[in-house]
Write a protein that binds this ligand. Sequence first.
Ligand SMILES: C[S@@+](CC[C@H](N)C(=O)[O-])C[C@H]1O[C@@H](n2cnc3c(N)ncnc32)[C@H](O)[C@@H]1O
Length: 437
Amino acid sequence: MTPAARLSAAIDLLAAVEASPRRPADAIANDFFRARRYIGGSDRRNVSERAWGAIRQRLRLAWHFAELGVENPPARLLLAGHLLLAEGWSVDGVDQNFSGERFAASPLTEAERDLLGKLAGRPLVLPRMPEGPRLNLPDWALPGLRSRFGESLAAEAAAMEAAAPLDLRANLLKVDREGALAALAAEGIPATPTPLSPWGLRIADRRPVSATKPFLEGLIEVQDEGSQLIALVTDARPGMRVADFCAGAAGKTLALAATMGNRGHIVACDTSASRLEGAGRRLRRADVHNSERHLLTSGDKWRKRNSQKFDRVLVDAPCTGTGTWRRNPDARIRTNARDLAELVLKQAMILEDASELVRPGGRLVYATCSLLPEEDEMQMAAFLERHEDFEALPLPGLWAELRPGLAAPGDGPWMALSPARHGTDGFFAAVLQRRPT
Ligand SMILES: C[S@@+](CC[C@H](N)C(=O)[O-])C[C@H]1O[C@@H](n2cnc3c(N)ncnc32)[C@H](O)[C@@H]1O
């Protein structure tokens, strides 16, 4: 493809993302390239990098255009704005590529050229910007993030903009961490042990591993270190009965089955049949033999039958995903204040359902990949207020047993991981115990 044709394809991809603001951008990109198989590997990379660049900077680009009187700029202007402000292009450079020739974007109108002329030479981030676009944080999340991070908000916002490393978990059912490191090295992939998770491996350059031997043989799983730590603090042990109540595609179930050494019983529950189906494939590849999957439906009697039967119940709740913005920058603009309010209610309802399963003396672990207090510590405070039969098990005590000698990653009683402080995605986890009767 010519450079102009690549730019034109990037505009089309960006337009597709803009047209479906509720759909994850990576799913849209997959469909986009599936429908255009003629776009080869390196063109594809170039096209998606350009479109993702504009998606990452969408809040700031929108601010610049709004200042010049343009609300809701079309994809071609957003992309041109990104070339000027983030990549340092000149207006002439943009003009030459918007040539209108075969496969190129249509020529800039006079009004577009004028507008871009006013943008050219501006820095992407200006001191006069309001805090939201300056830090690349959406208005709906700002109050929560401010109250969580206070003085460190800018540092956290910067860490949320940096590329995330690729973290893997050694599958202890098949190999130890050193064995997994050696298996990766044999494929020419250098990795380092993660500092907090005892099973984690980090690949700095994010090269894909899904076609490698260690992955296909189930020696490793892709999982952020923070997500591994949620499994760690759940402390599922051999012989226990464990429910992973929002199991999705089984990311945590796999890690829990490993700490259980395949002994005892783990039930992966979810309301999504397709996610549970994906979970089945992963559980088989990892050689997990102590699990069953359960599709939660309305009017389901399973919960009643299993009331107070589980030693550990993990609620890895659906949430805004604010902690994963390093990986999913489009979620900043896909989610809004109403989603947050709805999710907070949903989380409370899930907690009610899941907590029924915990036996006296057993533990309920509540986790999110959110950095917002509404979904995290405030959700826990409200649950404890409603449930005198549960009490908090503060992280420092649990952590000292699980990772002696390492400082507990959190403030107060809960685990609270953040990109700037811990180099992980943002995660929250609270461990509660049902009081013994
Ligand atoms: C954060 S994701 C789980 C990720 C998964 N634990 C992992 O580690 O890969 C939240 C999951 O909650 C599920 N979910 C949504 N509503 C639910 C409900 N009422 N009860 C149980 N699960 C629910 C969603 O289908 C989704 O798979």
